[in-house]
Write a protein that binds this ligand. Structure first.
Ligand SMILES: [Cu+2]
Length: 268
């Protein structure tokens, strides 16, 4: 081997020359030179790393909302001075602040998904408008849900003048007179529940709930609700009533499954 050049070292130009050659050889022999660094290519991108979340599905949540406690006596409304309104009621109208069915089930409860939908999911508003009419000096329906971006129409089918006074805070409010056959249209950008009232007839009250998705239900007097077409997931379901407040429950549902949840509300 050429490395044996080290065995005999004598002073002299020839040996110095040999030593220089040996040094150059050793440098080439390796030593502890670090391996040259190779640039690492970025990992390949894959569409499988960020699956698209479904924004609708085949899961549903249903149940019944009931009242617990002593049922309060509701006030009757005196419309005797307004013939155009009184004649549209067969019986003496009552306050709609608490409407109960058989077994004290509750009407006019807004049930909606409060949280748990896929993050950043966007739901296009319906093309049809949500309508609130004034008939017999009463708002019909008593509670209304509209989606963000959906047109809300405030109508007047009565022969008498009403004014529509909205008390929204996150969305622009208004207070305008509406004649018979008149109509005011608005759209709302922010989720909130707000009161609508008529300043001419103080018993006239309605609540509008603006929601960002289509997963809601309003109970009738049987207290029943159903929220359909949900993607599988874990949700917070909220029930809201104008007089009894709100409650939530956690519900987890799979595709094709229907989960049942009943709620009870009482006077606080
Ligand atoms: Cu009115």
């Amino acid at each position: 081997m050429r490395c044996r050049l080290f065995r005999k070292i004598n002073i002299g130009w020839a040996n110095i020359f040999i030593l220089l050659l040996a040094g150059l050889y050793l440098a080439g022999c390796g030593g502890d030179q670090p391996a040259p660094q190779r640039s690492t290519p970025p990992p390949p991108t894959s569409s499988e790393s960020s699956p698209v979340q479904k924004t609708t599905g085949t899961a549903s949540i249903s149940g019944t909302v009931s009242f617990i406690g002593d049922v309060p006596k509701l006030k009757t409304i005196d419309m005797s001075s307004i013939a155009g309104c009184k004649e549209q009621h067969n019986t003496e109208p009552k306050s709609e602040s608490l409407v109960l069915g058989d077994g004290n089930t509750i009407a006019n409860v807004i049930v909606k998904i409060k949280s748990g939908l896929p993050p950043n999911a966007k739901y296009a508003p319906p093309t049809n408008s949500a309508e609130l009419d004034q008939i017999g000096c009463t708002y019909i329906p008593h509670v209304l849900v509209a989606q963000v971006g959906q047109t809300v129409k405030f109508k007047n089918s009565d022969t008498v003048l009403h004014n529509v006074h909205t008390l929204s805070e996150k969305n622009p409010a208004f207070n305008k007179a509406v004649n018979k056959g008149g109509e005011i249209a608005r759209t709302y950008d922010q989720e909130e529940i707000f009161l609508v009232k008529c300043d001419i007839h103080p018993w006239m009250k309605n609540y509008v709930s603006v929601v960002s998705h289509p997963f809601f239900s309003i109970t009738k007097s049987d207290g029943k609700f159903e929220i359909k077409n949900l993607p599988a997931g874990k949700y917070t379901v909220e029930v809201w009533h104008e007089r009894l407040g709100e409650k939530t429950q956690e519900v987890e549902v799979s595709d094709g499954q229907s989960a049942g949840r009943d709620f009870t509300l009482s006077k606080s």
